[in-house]
Design a protein around this ligand. Structure first.
Ligand code: GAP
Length: 513
């Protein structure tokens, strides 16, 4: 655990030291759970967004994008259920005065039971080797059966209590399980209360005429209210999707863990409109397709898992998370939700405007059902960044810090380094930059010894370093160094664009899906 905490601390400090993420308004000591993306962070974030957008919009004939406003008519949030139901159950510890999400305390307890079961399974795997039958072991080993059934029982009871608003039972569950304040160990809890997560604001100059608004807590509603506009102007036929990326805001009760849970964050969402009755088919399709997208980045299959929801949001009839193995354990990265016709029907009811689609094949009007995929851009950033940060011991015993980012996402694709600051080498390096910058984000660096410059680019995640030396002046060749293998090859300057492109082009990465 201590090791994991150290790793996470490294992630946070590396992000700051190398210009990826700064605490917001740091000169005033920052603002809790709000962060700024710095010069390298903004490039990595943009590349993740582009990678998502291309795979969704460019690669699907039947998916188009929009960019709806953050401010929406306040009735939107009444209709969507967010005014009445977008709550988290909070609980305070009377001794430490710390506030927690009651459901998260219980889920963490359940996860510990899961980890105990996994430990038994791994021990048995090591003991029986090839002959190990995991399925049989999980269903017959008394300890594993006990851990997993207790976990299931706890999560089901919590889901039932939350669904029926039985907050007294949520507290009773915390007490029965003897869950303590993770920071202090105290078990002295208040009652559980509901807390609405939306930020309110006002629109208008005078106090009398000002209108109460909310900052959107999800981007999805901008898509729902534009559903017919897009369908008609784009002549879209069900099944079709609308994609959007943009800011969302939530007054999170517990906003810790760096950019994992922020109060201002960015979502990448896609609503897929389908015929009623076909939603489960598309729900399965999008679960699989989104996992493939994640896997295409090469962060390791073992770092992902599905978690099917026991406790469904007010709009869903099925939901699953794609969880990622963050430095603090497996947590939600993306949600895939079957949202039924809840949102379109609710907007129809509250606006008095029809939100139906005429299906020419069926010769029938209906309200489409919706399957949604929703991934946090900041969480994707954290997943990619934390997974890529490595401390490596080299053959000569020295160490290096390297950010093994998927090269398609790297902020800078190549750094061009003149070996020395004289003899015409900087001029040649500048010419190479002039040529490459039309296609790639490239950097020039002439400060310090070349070995130190390599290390700096490794820590920034730059896939290639191109070194211009005296031989370059004679035969127009340079060395190209690969970040991960540190191998150096001598190549012609005119070959550079092709070599870099092969490694970083979105086409090549997305084709792995
Ligand atoms: N439209 C559905 C929706 O908003 P959600 O599960 O509440 O569903 C979707 O959020 C995704 O948005 C999450 O999987 C997560 O990646 C991201 N997300 C949610 N709250 C966040 C927060 N406070 N900070 C950063 N990312 C967040």
């Amino acid at each position: 655990m201590a090791k994991q905490e150290d790793l996470f601390k490294n992630v946070v400090s590396h992000a700051k030291e190398y210009g990826f993420i700064f605490p917001s308004s740091e000169v005033y000591d920052g603002l809790s759970a709000v962060y700024d993306y710095a010069q390298n962070g903004v490039e990595l974030k943009k590349n993740i967004r582009d990678y998502w957008w291309k795979s969704m919009v460019q690669m699907h004939e039947n998916i188009v994008g929009i960019d709806a406003a953050i401010f929406m008519h306040p009735t939107t949030w009444k209709a969507s259920g967010h005014v009445d139901a977008f709550n988290d159950p909070l609980i305070d510890n009377k001794d430490s005065k710390k506030r927690y999400r009651a459901d998260v305390l219980i889920e963490d307890y359940a996860e510990k039971l899961n980890q105990k079961a996994q430990k038994e399974i791994e021990k048995a795997r090591a003991r029986y080797g090839e002959a190990f039958n995991e399925q049989e072991f999980v269903s017959t080993n008394t300890r594993v059966v006990e851990y997993l059934s207790k976990k299931k029982e706890i999560l089901e009871r919590m889901a039932r209590s939350l669904e029926t608003e039985n907050l007294a039972d949520v507290k009773a569950l915390i007490e029965e399980l003897e869950i303590a304040d993770p920071d202090t160990g105290s078990k002295n809890w208040t009652d559980v209360r509901q807390f609405n997560l939306m930020f309110g604001t006002k629109l208008g100059a005078s106090a009398d005429s000002a209108m109460d608004l909310y900052l959107r807590p999800e981007t999805a509603q901008g898509i729902f209210v534009n559903f017919l506009n897009v369908q008609k102007t784009g002549r879209m036929k069900v099944p079709f999707g609308i994609a959007q990326t943009g800011k969302a805001f939530r007054n999170e009760i517990v906003a810790r863990q760096f950019i994992f849970r922020m109060r201002e964050f960015e979502q990448m969402e896609m609503q897929f409109f389908v015929r009623p009755g076909e939603e489960m088919k598309y729900y399965e399709y999008w679960k699989e397709t989104r996992l493939k997208w994640h896997l295409s980045l090469g962060l390791g299959k073992e770092n992902y898992r599905f978690h099917d929801h026991e406790k469904l949001a007010h709009y869903a009839n099925a939901a699953a998370d794609i969880e990622f193995n963050f430095p603090f354990g497996f947590k939600e990265l993306e949600g895939i939700h079957s949202r039924t016709d809840f949102d379109l029907k609710a907007h129809e009811q509250h606006s008095g405007k029809k939100m139906q689609y005429f299906d020419t094949e069926l010769n029938q009007n209906y309200t489409p059902y919706v399957v949604e995929t929703s991934v946090g851009l900041d969480r994707m950033f954290l997943a990619v960044f934390s997974n890529s940060l490595k401390e490596e011991t080299l053959e000569d015993g020295s160490t290096r810090t390297v950010l093994r980012l998927p090269s398609v996402l790297a902020p800078t694709k190549a750094a061009v380094l003149p070996l020395v600051k004289k003899d015409g080498l900087p001029e040649v390096a500048r010419q190479i930059i002039e040529d490459l910058k039309w296609d790639f984000n490239v950097a020039y660096d002439e400060k310090d010894a070349v070995g130190r410059r390599y290390r700096r680019q490794d820590a920034l995640g730059t896939p290639f370093c191109i070194t211009v030396d005296h031989q370059t002046l004679e035969d127009q060749t340079v060395t190209i160094r690969h970040r991960d293998s540190m191998q150096q090859d001598r190549v012609k300057i005119e070959e550079l664009r092709g070599i870099i492109n092969k490694e970083v082009s979105m086409r090549n990465w997305l084709m792995k899906m």
